[in-house]
Write a protein that binds this ligand. Structure first.
Ligand SMILES: [Zn+2]
Length: 81
């Protein structure tokens, strides 16, 4: 987790910015092989459950990989540590 912001809007909001997982493997979701080229990163905003009385939002970066066989694919999240 990198940053948490409290914003004063009409109702209270909490924004959580998730950082990149350092050293996480990138696996192509087309062929399941390891890919080491990042095509780009898109950021998804996800509404989370409210925290106390504040609306909570998560900002999650997702890397897209460039696979030599399948082209641009989403990176499958891996939780292996
Ligand atoms: Zn692939």
């Amino acid at each position: 987790m990198e940053t948490i912001q409290r914003r004063k809007a009409e109702r209270r909001e909490i924004w959580v910015y998730l950082g990149r997982e350092p050293g996480a493997e990138m696996i192509c979701d087309g062929c399941g092989k390891r890919v080491d080229r990042v095509h780009d990163v898109d950021v998804r905003t996800i509404r989370d459950l409210p925290i106390l009385d504040a609306a909570a939002w998560l900002s999650v970066p997702r890397r897209r990989v460039l696979c030599p066989y399948f082209g641009i694919r989403s990176r499958t999240p891996t939780n292996r540590r």
